[in-house]
Design a protein around this ligand. Structure first.
Ligand code: ADP
Ligand code: ASP
Ligand code: MG
Length: 420
Protein backbone atom coordinates (compact mmCIF):
# COMPACT_ATOMS: atom_id res chain seq x y z
CA UNK A 1 0.00 0.00 0.00
CA UNK A 2 1.13 3.54 -0.69
CA UNK A 3 2.20 5.54 2.33
CA UNK A 4 1.72 9.18 3.19
CA UNK A 5 3.18 11.46 5.86
CA UNK A 6 0.93 14.31 7.01
CA UNK A 7 2.47 16.98 9.25
CA UNK A 8 0.38 19.51 11.16
CA UNK A 9 1.94 22.65 12.68
CA UNK A 10 1.02 24.50 15.87
CA UNK A 11 -1.93 26.56 14.64
CA UNK A 12 -3.38 23.44 13.02
CA UNK A 13 -3.58 21.68 16.41
CA UNK A 14 -4.21 24.78 18.55
CA UNK A 15 -7.26 23.34 20.36
CA UNK A 16 -9.52 20.30 20.41
CA UNK A 17 -11.73 21.66 17.65
CA UNK A 18 -8.70 22.15 15.39
CA UNK A 19 -7.46 18.66 16.27
CA UNK A 20 -10.85 17.27 15.20
CA UNK A 21 -10.42 19.05 11.92
CA UNK A 22 -6.96 17.50 11.54
CA UNK A 23 -8.46 14.07 12.20
CA UNK A 24 -10.88 14.63 9.32
CA UNK A 25 -7.96 15.34 6.98
CA UNK A 26 -6.32 12.13 8.16
CA UNK A 27 -9.53 10.15 7.73
CA UNK A 28 -9.83 11.36 4.15
CA UNK A 29 -6.40 9.97 3.27
CA UNK A 30 -6.97 6.69 5.12
CA UNK A 31 -10.19 6.25 3.18
CA UNK A 32 -8.31 7.01 -0.04
CA UNK A 33 -6.23 3.91 0.74
CA UNK A 34 -3.03 5.29 2.25
CA UNK A 35 -1.06 3.96 5.20
CA UNK A 36 -0.68 7.21 7.11
CA UNK A 37 1.93 8.53 9.53
CA UNK A 38 0.90 11.84 11.06
CA UNK A 39 3.52 14.13 12.60
CA UNK A 40 2.25 16.80 14.98
CA UNK A 41 3.68 19.97 16.52
CA UNK A 42 2.79 21.30 19.94
CA UNK A 43 -0.29 23.53 20.21
CA UNK A 44 0.61 27.03 19.01
CA UNK A 45 2.29 29.09 21.71
CA UNK A 46 3.03 26.01 23.82
CA UNK A 47 6.72 25.65 22.94
CA UNK A 48 7.31 29.37 23.61
CA UNK A 49 5.70 28.95 27.01
CA UNK A 50 7.84 25.91 27.84
CA UNK A 51 11.03 27.67 26.70
CA UNK A 52 10.15 30.69 28.85
CA UNK A 53 9.62 28.44 31.89
CA UNK A 54 13.09 26.94 31.45
CA UNK A 55 14.64 30.40 31.26
CA UNK A 56 12.65 31.56 34.28
CA UNK A 57 13.86 28.56 36.28
CA UNK A 58 17.49 29.32 35.61
CA UNK A 59 19.35 31.51 33.13
CA UNK A 60 21.92 28.73 32.75
CA UNK A 61 19.65 25.73 32.39
CA UNK A 62 20.87 22.20 31.66
CA UNK A 63 20.15 21.68 27.92
CA UNK A 64 19.20 18.02 28.56
CA UNK A 65 16.45 19.13 30.94
CA UNK A 66 15.40 21.89 28.50
CA UNK A 67 14.75 19.12 25.96
CA UNK A 68 12.84 17.07 28.54
CA UNK A 69 10.59 20.09 29.11
CA UNK A 70 10.05 21.39 25.57
CA UNK A 71 9.46 17.93 24.05
CA UNK A 72 6.34 17.63 26.21
CA UNK A 73 4.25 19.90 23.97
CA UNK A 74 4.30 17.37 21.15
CA UNK A 75 3.62 14.49 23.53
CA UNK A 76 0.29 16.10 24.41
CA UNK A 77 -0.89 16.70 20.84
CA UNK A 78 0.14 13.23 19.62
CA UNK A 79 -1.95 11.62 22.35
CA UNK A 80 -4.90 13.95 21.77
CA UNK A 81 -4.94 13.30 18.02
CA UNK A 82 -4.75 9.51 18.59
CA UNK A 83 -7.74 9.74 20.95
CA UNK A 84 -9.67 11.83 18.42
CA UNK A 85 -8.92 9.45 15.55
CA UNK A 86 -10.04 6.51 17.67
CA UNK A 87 -13.27 8.31 18.49
CA UNK A 88 -13.88 8.59 14.74
CA UNK A 89 -13.55 4.84 14.37
CA UNK A 90 -9.97 4.71 13.09
CA UNK A 91 -7.22 2.59 14.58
CA UNK A 92 -4.46 4.89 15.82
CA UNK A 93 -1.71 5.18 18.38
CA UNK A 94 0.76 7.84 19.47
CA UNK A 95 4.53 7.48 19.16
CA UNK A 96 7.10 9.50 21.07
CA UNK A 97 10.47 9.97 19.42
CA UNK A 98 12.16 7.53 21.82
CA UNK A 99 9.55 4.84 21.25
CA UNK A 100 10.18 4.54 17.50
CA UNK A 101 13.11 5.30 18.04
CA UNK A 102 14.19 8.43 16.15
CA UNK A 103 17.87 8.47 17.01
CA UNK A 104 19.73 11.78 17.01
CA UNK A 105 23.14 13.13 17.94
CA UNK A 106 23.68 14.67 21.36
CA UNK A 107 23.34 18.35 20.38
CA UNK A 108 20.52 19.11 22.84
CA UNK A 109 18.24 21.87 21.61
CA UNK A 110 19.32 21.50 17.99
CA UNK A 111 19.92 17.78 17.51
CA UNK A 112 20.25 16.18 14.10
CA UNK A 113 18.44 12.99 13.19
CA UNK A 114 20.83 10.12 12.54
CA UNK A 115 18.48 7.26 11.90
CA UNK A 116 14.85 6.27 12.12
CA UNK A 117 14.08 2.62 12.71
CA UNK A 118 10.93 1.89 10.72
CA UNK A 119 10.33 -1.59 12.17
CA UNK A 120 7.80 -0.66 14.83
CA UNK A 121 5.96 1.75 12.52
CA UNK A 122 5.76 -0.94 9.83
CA UNK A 123 4.20 -3.37 12.31
CA UNK A 124 1.61 -0.72 13.14
CA UNK A 125 0.77 -0.19 9.45
CA UNK A 126 0.41 -3.95 9.01
CA UNK A 127 -2.17 -3.87 11.80
CA UNK A 128 -4.08 -1.09 10.01
CA UNK A 129 -3.09 1.57 12.51
CA UNK A 130 -2.47 5.27 11.89
CA UNK A 131 0.87 6.28 13.45
CA UNK A 132 0.61 9.61 15.26
CA UNK A 133 4.18 10.77 15.82
CA UNK A 134 5.28 13.53 18.18
CA UNK A 135 7.34 15.88 16.00
CA UNK A 136 10.38 17.89 17.08
CA UNK A 137 11.78 15.17 19.34
CA UNK A 138 14.18 12.26 19.23
CA UNK A 139 16.55 10.43 21.50
CA UNK A 140 20.29 10.20 21.91
CA UNK A 141 20.48 6.43 22.23
CA UNK A 142 23.86 6.07 24.02
CA UNK A 143 22.74 8.34 26.89
CA UNK A 144 19.04 7.51 26.68
CA UNK A 145 18.16 11.21 26.85
CA UNK A 146 15.36 12.97 24.97
CA UNK A 147 16.56 15.49 22.39
CA UNK A 148 14.80 18.18 20.32
CA UNK A 149 15.55 19.29 16.79
CA UNK A 150 15.53 23.09 17.06
CA UNK A 151 12.60 25.46 16.59
CA UNK A 152 10.35 24.47 13.72
CA UNK A 153 11.81 20.96 13.93
CA UNK A 154 8.57 19.06 13.34
CA UNK A 155 8.97 19.76 9.62
CA UNK A 156 12.25 17.86 9.80
CA UNK A 157 10.68 15.00 11.76
CA UNK A 158 8.05 14.69 9.04
CA UNK A 159 10.45 14.61 6.09
CA UNK A 160 12.77 12.19 7.90
CA UNK A 161 9.86 9.84 8.68
CA UNK A 162 8.73 10.07 5.05
CA UNK A 163 12.20 9.01 3.89
CA UNK A 164 12.36 6.22 6.48
CA UNK A 165 9.02 4.63 5.59
CA UNK A 166 9.28 5.28 1.86
CA UNK A 167 6.26 7.57 1.75
CA UNK A 168 4.94 8.63 -1.63
CA UNK A 169 4.71 12.23 -0.39
CA UNK A 170 5.17 14.36 2.71
CA UNK A 171 2.31 16.82 3.14
CA UNK A 172 3.14 19.79 5.39
CA UNK A 173 -0.16 21.27 6.58
CA UNK A 174 0.10 24.79 7.94
CA UNK A 175 -1.84 28.06 8.23
CA UNK A 176 -1.11 29.16 4.65
CA UNK A 177 -2.02 27.22 1.53
CA UNK A 178 1.53 26.95 0.24
CA UNK A 179 4.83 28.68 -0.25
CA UNK A 180 4.37 32.25 -1.44
CA UNK A 181 6.62 34.60 -3.38
CA UNK A 182 7.23 36.25 -0.01
CA UNK A 183 5.67 36.16 3.46
CA UNK A 184 1.96 36.81 2.72
CA UNK A 185 1.59 38.44 6.14
CA UNK A 186 3.95 41.21 5.02
CA UNK A 187 3.00 41.52 1.36
CA UNK A 188 -0.70 40.86 0.78
CA UNK A 189 -0.01 40.78 -2.97
CA UNK A 190 2.30 37.77 -2.57
CA UNK A 191 1.34 34.88 -4.84
CA UNK A 192 1.30 31.19 -4.13
CA UNK A 193 3.86 29.20 -6.10
CA UNK A 194 2.65 25.93 -7.64
CA UNK A 195 6.17 24.56 -7.53
CA UNK A 196 9.49 25.61 -6.09
CA UNK A 197 12.85 23.88 -6.58
CA UNK A 198 14.54 22.25 -3.57
CA UNK A 199 17.50 24.62 -3.94
CA UNK A 200 15.30 27.70 -4.02
CA UNK A 201 13.31 26.54 -1.01
CA UNK A 202 16.56 25.87 0.83
CA UNK A 203 17.63 29.48 0.21
CA UNK A 204 14.19 30.88 1.07
CA UNK A 205 14.15 28.94 4.36
CA UNK A 206 17.71 29.73 5.38
CA UNK A 207 17.27 33.40 4.48
CA UNK A 208 14.24 33.83 6.72
CA UNK A 209 11.07 32.27 5.26
CA UNK A 210 10.08 30.24 8.31
CA UNK A 211 7.40 28.27 6.51
CA UNK A 212 9.76 25.24 6.56
CA UNK A 213 12.72 24.44 8.80
CA UNK A 214 15.93 24.57 6.72
CA UNK A 215 17.00 21.08 7.74
CA UNK A 216 13.72 19.61 6.48
CA UNK A 217 14.40 20.98 3.00
CA UNK A 218 17.94 19.60 3.05
CA UNK A 219 16.61 16.16 3.94
CA UNK A 220 13.89 16.35 1.31
CA UNK A 221 16.49 17.26 -1.32
CA UNK A 222 18.93 14.51 -0.33
CA UNK A 223 16.30 11.78 -0.01
CA UNK A 224 14.15 13.04 -2.89
CA UNK A 225 11.03 13.32 -0.75
CA UNK A 226 8.20 15.00 -2.63
CA UNK A 227 7.21 17.65 -0.13
CA UNK A 228 3.92 19.47 -0.45
CA UNK A 229 3.02 22.57 1.59
CA UNK A 230 -0.73 23.05 2.03
CA UNK A 231 -3.37 24.47 4.35
CA UNK A 232 -5.08 22.61 7.18
CA UNK A 233 -7.71 25.35 7.26
CA UNK A 234 -9.46 24.23 4.12
CA UNK A 235 -12.49 21.97 4.33
CA UNK A 236 -11.04 18.45 4.70
CA UNK A 237 -13.74 17.11 2.42
CA UNK A 238 -13.53 19.70 -0.34
CA UNK A 239 -13.21 17.82 -3.65
CA UNK A 240 -9.84 19.37 -4.60
CA UNK A 241 -8.17 18.32 -1.33
CA UNK A 242 -7.58 14.82 -2.62
CA UNK A 243 -6.14 16.03 -5.91
CA UNK A 244 -2.85 17.39 -4.76
CA UNK A 245 -1.77 19.73 -7.55
CA UNK A 246 -4.44 22.38 -7.06
CA UNK A 247 -4.10 22.75 -3.32
CA UNK A 248 -0.60 23.90 -2.39
CA UNK A 249 3.07 24.15 -3.32
CA UNK A 250 5.16 21.19 -4.40
CA UNK A 251 8.85 21.31 -3.58
CA UNK A 252 10.58 19.33 -6.25
CA UNK A 253 13.51 19.03 -8.64
CA UNK A 254 14.42 21.91 -10.90
CA UNK A 255 13.79 19.79 -14.01
CA UNK A 256 10.18 19.29 -13.00
CA UNK A 257 9.69 23.05 -12.78
CA UNK A 258 11.27 23.77 -16.13
CA UNK A 259 9.09 21.09 -17.69
CA UNK A 260 5.95 22.68 -16.25
CA UNK A 261 6.67 26.28 -17.06
CA UNK A 262 5.90 28.19 -20.23
CA UNK A 263 8.36 30.96 -19.56
CA UNK A 264 11.32 30.70 -17.22
CA UNK A 265 11.09 33.01 -14.22
CA UNK A 266 14.18 34.90 -13.12
CA UNK A 267 13.23 35.62 -9.51
CA UNK A 268 11.10 33.15 -7.55
CA UNK A 269 10.80 34.82 -4.18
CA UNK A 270 11.91 37.38 -1.61
CA UNK A 271 12.88 36.42 1.93
CA UNK A 272 13.93 38.55 4.86
CA UNK A 273 15.40 38.05 8.28
CA UNK A 274 15.46 40.43 11.21
CA UNK A 275 17.64 38.01 13.10
CA UNK A 276 20.84 39.73 11.96
CA UNK A 277 23.26 42.08 13.66
CA UNK A 278 26.00 44.10 12.04
CA UNK A 279 29.50 44.38 13.49
CA UNK A 280 32.03 46.86 12.05
CA UNK A 281 35.66 46.97 13.08
CA UNK A 282 37.14 50.38 12.29
CA UNK A 283 40.72 51.07 11.27
CA UNK A 284 41.98 47.52 11.47
CA UNK A 285 45.66 47.17 10.70
CA UNK A 286 45.76 46.08 7.03
CA UNK A 287 48.26 43.25 6.75
CA UNK A 288 48.21 39.59 5.73
CA UNK A 289 46.46 37.42 8.29
CA UNK A 290 44.10 40.05 9.62
CA UNK A 291 40.93 38.34 8.36
CA UNK A 292 42.06 35.12 10.01
CA UNK A 293 42.80 36.99 13.23
CA UNK A 294 39.22 38.33 13.24
CA UNK A 295 37.25 35.30 12.07
CA UNK A 296 39.11 32.38 13.65
CA UNK A 297 38.28 33.44 17.24
CA UNK A 298 34.63 33.92 16.20
CA UNK A 299 34.56 30.44 14.65
CA UNK A 300 36.16 29.01 17.80
CA UNK A 301 33.32 30.59 19.77
CA UNK A 302 30.81 28.87 17.42
CA UNK A 303 29.56 32.21 16.13
CA UNK A 304 28.18 31.94 12.62
CA UNK A 305 29.40 34.81 10.46
CA UNK A 306 27.32 35.56 7.39
CA UNK A 307 27.91 38.64 5.23
CA UNK A 308 31.49 39.96 5.15
CA UNK A 309 32.65 43.25 3.64
CA UNK A 310 36.26 44.37 3.79
CA UNK A 311 37.29 47.69 2.29
CA UNK A 312 40.41 48.18 0.26
CA UNK A 313 42.41 50.50 2.46
CA UNK A 314 43.13 53.97 1.17
CA UNK A 315 46.38 54.52 3.01
CA UNK A 316 47.66 50.95 2.79
CA UNK A 317 47.77 50.73 6.56
CA UNK A 318 44.26 50.45 7.99
CA UNK A 319 40.89 49.29 6.72
CA UNK A 320 37.32 48.58 7.91
CA UNK A 321 35.78 45.12 8.20
CA UNK A 322 32.01 44.69 8.44
CA UNK A 323 30.16 41.41 8.96
CA UNK A 324 26.88 40.07 10.30
CA UNK A 325 26.12 37.53 13.02
CA UNK A 326 22.83 36.20 14.44
CA UNK A 327 21.32 38.80 16.82
CA UNK A 328 21.61 36.36 19.71
CA UNK A 329 25.40 36.27 19.27
CA UNK A 330 25.94 40.02 18.84
CA UNK A 331 27.24 40.87 22.33
CA UNK A 332 29.34 37.72 22.47
CA UNK A 333 30.91 38.51 19.08
CA UNK A 334 31.99 41.97 20.26
CA UNK A 335 33.32 40.45 23.45
CA UNK A 336 35.37 37.83 21.57
CA UNK A 337 36.94 40.53 19.39
CA UNK A 338 37.75 42.80 22.30
CA UNK A 339 39.47 39.89 24.01
CA UNK A 340 41.54 39.25 20.86
CA UNK A 341 43.02 42.75 20.94
CA UNK A 342 46.54 41.41 21.42
CA UNK A 343 46.39 39.80 17.96
CA UNK A 344 44.21 42.36 16.12
CA UNK A 345 45.01 46.07 16.12
CA UNK A 346 41.94 48.24 15.54
CA UNK A 347 40.43 51.53 16.67
CA UNK A 348 36.81 50.76 17.56
CA UNK A 349 34.07 48.18 17.21
CA UNK A 350 30.70 49.53 16.15
CA UNK A 351 27.52 47.69 15.42
CA UNK A 352 23.78 47.66 14.98
CA UNK A 353 21.03 45.20 15.80
CA UNK A 354 18.21 47.12 14.11
CA UNK A 355 19.08 45.75 10.67
CA UNK A 356 17.36 43.34 8.28
CA UNK A 357 18.74 41.11 5.58
CA UNK A 358 16.49 41.10 2.52
CA UNK A 359 17.19 38.42 -0.10
CA UNK A 360 16.13 37.90 -3.69
CA UNK A 361 16.08 34.23 -4.72
CA UNK A 362 15.71 32.42 -8.03
CA UNK A 363 17.43 29.70 -10.04
CA UNK A 364 16.78 31.85 -13.12
CA UNK A 365 19.41 34.30 -11.86
CA UNK A 366 22.11 31.88 -13.02
CA UNK A 367 21.44 32.81 -16.61
CA UNK A 368 20.39 36.45 -16.21
CA UNK A 369 22.60 39.50 -15.80
CA UNK A 370 21.52 42.71 -14.11
CA UNK A 371 19.24 41.28 -11.43
CA UNK A 372 21.35 42.78 -8.63
CA UNK A 373 21.80 46.12 -10.37
CA UNK A 374 18.01 46.43 -10.74
CA UNK A 375 17.57 45.82 -7.01
CA UNK A 376 20.14 48.45 -6.04
CA UNK A 377 18.50 51.01 -8.34
CA UNK A 378 15.01 50.31 -7.01
CA UNK A 379 16.11 50.55 -3.36
CA UNK A 380 18.02 53.78 -4.06
CA UNK A 381 14.90 55.29 -5.63
CA UNK A 382 13.11 54.68 -2.30
CA UNK A 383 15.97 56.24 -0.35
CA UNK A 384 16.97 52.94 1.27
CA UNK A 385 20.64 52.78 2.18
CA UNK A 386 22.52 49.51 1.67
CA UNK A 387 24.89 48.48 4.47
CA UNK A 388 26.27 45.24 3.02
CA UNK A 389 25.71 42.93 0.07
CA UNK A 390 26.42 39.24 -0.61
CA UNK A 391 25.56 37.22 -3.65
CA UNK A 392 25.63 33.61 -4.79
CA UNK A 393 24.57 31.92 -8.00
CA UNK A 394 20.89 31.97 -7.10
CA UNK A 395 20.51 34.74 -4.51
CA UNK A 396 21.34 38.33 -3.62
CA UNK A 397 21.24 39.43 0.02
CA UNK A 398 21.16 43.07 1.05
CA UNK A 399 21.51 44.41 4.59
CA UNK A 400 19.39 47.50 5.35
CA UNK A 401 17.95 49.40 8.32
CA UNK A 402 15.16 47.35 9.90
CA UNK A 403 12.77 50.31 9.67
CA UNK A 404 12.70 49.88 5.87
CA UNK A 405 12.04 46.13 5.85
CA UNK A 406 8.48 46.20 4.57
CA UNK A 407 9.15 48.91 2.03
CA UNK A 408 12.18 47.06 0.67
CA UNK A 409 10.39 43.71 0.44
CA UNK A 410 7.38 45.28 -1.32
CA UNK A 411 9.61 47.26 -3.67
CA UNK A 412 11.61 44.21 -4.74
CA UNK A 413 8.49 42.08 -4.95
CA UNK A 414 6.95 44.35 -7.56
CA UNK A 415 10.27 45.10 -9.27
CA UNK A 416 10.61 41.46 -10.31
CA UNK A 417 7.00 41.13 -11.39
CA UNK A 418 5.96 38.90 -8.49
CA UNK A 419 2.81 40.96 -7.78
CA UNK A 420 1.24 39.90 -11.05
P1 ADP B 1 3.49 25.84 11.47
O1 ADP B 1 3.12 26.19 12.87
O2 ADP B 1 2.39 25.19 10.72
O3 ADP B 1 4.78 25.09 11.38
P2 ADP B 1 4.86 28.28 10.73
O4 ADP B 1 4.40 29.50 11.46
O5 ADP B 1 6.12 27.65 11.19
O6 ADP B 1 3.66 27.23 10.73
O7 ADP B 1 5.00 28.61 9.17
C1 ADP B 1 3.93 29.19 8.46
C2 ADP B 1 4.14 30.70 8.36
O8 ADP B 1 5.31 30.98 7.59
C3 ADP B 1 3.04 31.45 7.63
O9 ADP B 1 2.00 31.79 8.48
C4 ADP B 1 3.76 32.68 7.05
O10 ADP B 1 3.51 33.85 7.79
C5 ADP B 1 5.23 32.34 7.20
N1 ADP B 1 5.96 32.54 5.94
C6 ADP B 1 7.13 33.21 5.81
N2 ADP B 1 7.51 33.25 4.54
C7 ADP B 1 6.59 32.57 3.82
C8 ADP B 1 6.44 32.27 2.43
N3 ADP B 1 7.35 32.66 1.52
N4 ADP B 1 5.37 31.54 2.04
C9 ADP B 1 4.46 31.13 2.95
N5 ADP B 1 4.54 31.40 4.28
C10 ADP B 1 5.59 32.12 4.71
N1 ASP C 1 6.83 22.98 18.55
C1 ASP C 1 8.15 23.22 18.03
C2 ASP C 1 8.40 24.71 17.83
O1 ASP C 1 7.52 25.51 18.01
C3 ASP C 1 8.42 22.47 16.77
C4 ASP C 1 7.52 22.80 15.60
O2 ASP C 1 6.43 23.36 15.78
O3 ASP C 1 7.89 22.48 14.49
O4 ASP C 1 9.48 25.11 17.48
MG1 MG D 1 6.83 25.69 11.47
Amino acid sequence: MARLVMKFGGTSVANIERIRNVARHVKREVEAGYEVAVVVSAMSGKTNELVAWCKESSALYDPREYDAVVASGEQVTSGLLAITLQSMGLKARSWQGWQIPISTDEAHGSARIQEIDGTALNAGFAAGEVAVIAGFQGMHLPTGRITTLGRGGSDTSAVAVAAAIGAERCDIYTDVDGVYTTDPRVVPKAKRLDRIAFEEMLEMASLGAKVLQVRSVELAMVHQVRTFVRSSFEDPDAPHMGTVESAGTLICDEEEIVANQMEARVVTGIAFSKDEAQVSIRRVEDKPGVAAAVFVPLADAHINVDMIVQNVSADGRTTDITFTVPTADYERAKDVLNKARDTITFETIEGATDVTKVSVIGIGMRSHAGVAADAFKALAAKGINIRAITTSEIKISILIDAAYTELAVRTLHSLYGLDK
